[in-house]
Design a protein around this ligand. Structure first.
Ligand code: GAP
Length: 490
């Protein structure tokens, strides 16, 4: 499936209807590219976070610890990191509609249209030409590419373009309550990546944690970017969350660690049962200002293969820059013996391999993979269902307990089951509507197990457990329930 707009729209509607994602401040008509997670979405998002955090810190074969740095950072951080000067995207404005576009997105959109209408070769050639021009920062060449292909603005329908200019993506605000005459002193940025909170704390963590290289620092947190083209639901937002890990290594070992982290991260995705053929690596043609190698792990979203996670070999760029700007040494003393010289490796600024995944994009990947429309029609009657086939460990609700009727002591048995299980996993009680309707609602929320309490439960302490994906039901003793669910979410 290359670009399935209908499916993407269906997923967006489902997220809204079932309390996963709402447009931000919707009563005021929303805020572009900003979203709120609802009662189901917040649970799913938290489960993804917990799975990442646990894999990175507790379960990793490497020595990795987690931190939680502030969103506000000293403004010099962003001068040192290069974001003030380099965190730009080439933009172009349409003079008629006044609409601004990111140049690569405009050209990619054209290429997608061409490939959808059978002009594969033109799409390929255009993208190859674009990559080469971007790599050379050749803005005149990029504008010519847009004009030669008669790429139009989607709003005005014209090719009346301005020249291409760079546009910084950082948001800024004022810090404190005194503004200097030039207005600059109090200017502070909302972090565009969480990584810098890790770099500036490198020595704090290394020393207080007695960390020995190689080691990693992981973090989950909000990041902010003034994205220009932001119309792909939670794929590209202005306020989003990142799960990043900086792995500090000895200089010269970066190639080997880069390859290792590429495969470790791909394995993490597969460990969730995500199909291997939905993933591919995309090597960066134009490297960011800090990298000596970089690639994306792309996922096949309903809008096509797109970046889900980045693996970057960031050299010693960031620590070196912070050393220069802060005048504080960012060195590590390595007393392991170098086999070539027979002496300790000694002092150096570590190199860094970074893994950086967008939490919201991972949410969208999980949701896109889970969303299934099933035709259940038989000869007798038409029937269908929408089911979210989440991995059980990520599902917002693990077990719904449904008394067949609201009386005869059945609700009490259901409540007792919940009381016994709720400290270990999220349960849900529902007594309204027919049992069939309740099953369908739980399917639409992605609940892997529905437990029905009926009159037989009173006689022999058994219940029916229904499995979401197969819809199979089995009769089991109540005291086996917890074990079944715990095994499935382990
Ligand atoms: N520290 C490196 C860094 O920030 P990046 O490739 O710019 O690298 C890493 O971002 C990841 O963050 C991306 O792979 C993507 O999943 C996520 N991301 C970036 N911009 C985003 C946005 N505007 N909305 C949602 N997720 C975004």
């Amino acid at each position: 499936m290359a670009n399935d707009t209908n499916r993407f729209q269906a997923i967006i509607s489902h997220c809204k209807e079932y309390g996963f994602i709402f447009p931000s401040s919707e009563i005021y008509d929303g805020l572009q590219a900003v979203y709120d997670y609802g009662q189901m979405g917040a649970e799913l998002k938290k489960n993804i976070k917990d799975y990442w955090w646990k894999s990175m810190t507790q379960l990793s074969d490497e020595n990795i610890v987690g931190i939680d740095a502030a969103i506000f950072m000293h403004p010099t951080t962003w001068k040192a990191s290069g974001h003030v000067d380099n965190f730009n995207d080439p933009m172009i404005d349409n003079k008629d509609s006044k609409k601004r576009y990111r140049v690569d997105h405009l050209i990619e959109g054209f290429a997608e249209e061409q490939s959808a209408t059978g002009n594969e070769q033109l799409a390929k050639d255009t993208l190859t030409a674009m990559d080469a021009l971007i790599a050379k920062d050749d803005f005149a060449g990029l504008k010519k590419l847009i004009e030669d292909n008669k790429i139009k603005c989607a709003i005005s329908g014209t090719c009346n373009w301005t020249d291409i200019r760079q546009f910084n993506l950082m948001f800024s605000t004022e810090f404190g309550n005194t503004v200097s005459s030039d207005g600059e002193d109090n200017k502070i940025y909302l972090r565009p990546e969480t990584a810098q909170g890790i770099f500036v704390n490198f020595l704090n963590v290394q020393k207080t944690g007695r960390m020995k290289i190689p080691f990693g620092i992981a973090q989950i947190g909000k990041a902010f970017r003034n994205e220009i083209v932001a119309r792909q639901f939670v794929f590209r937002m202005r306020e989003f969350e990142q799960m990043e890990m900086q792995f500090f290594i000895r200089p010269g070992t970066q190639k080997e660690w880069y390859e290792k982290w590429k495969s470790t991260r791909l394995d993490w995705h597969k460990s969730l049962g995500m199909p291997a053929d939905k993933y591919k690596f995309h090597n960066h043609v134009k490297l960011a200002h800090y990298a000596d190698a970089a690639c994306d792990i792309e996922f096949e979203f309903p809008i096509g293969f797109k970046e889900l996670e980045g693996i970057h070999s960031r050299t010693d760029f960031d620590l070196k820059q912070h050393q220069e700007y802060s005048k504080k040494k960012m060195q590590y003393f390595d007393n392991d013996v170098d086999p070539e010289t027979g002496k300790p490796f000694g002092n150096y600024i570590p190199y860094v391999i970074e893994t950086s995944i967008g939490l919201d994009r991972m949410f969208l990947a999980v949701m896109s993979q889970a969303y299934t429309e099933e035709d259940l029609s038989t000869e007798e009657k038409k029937d269908e269902r929408v089911v979210l086939k989440f991995p059980a460990k990520l599902a917002p609700i693990k077990m719904a307990v449904l008394p067949l009727t609201k009386k005869d002591g059945l609700p009490e048995i259901a409540e007792k089951i919940i009381a016994d299980c709720k400290s270990q996993f999220r349960c849900f009680y529902e007594e309204k509507d027919s049992i069939g309707k309740r099953y369908r609602r739980m399917d639409a929320l992605g609940t892997p197990f529905c437990v029905t309490v009926d009159h037989q439960s009173k006689e022999d302490n058994t219940v029916t457990i229904r499995h979401r994906d197969s819809m199979e039901q089995e009769r089991i003793p109540i005291d086996k329930l917890k074990e079944i669910v715990l095994n499935a979410i382990a």
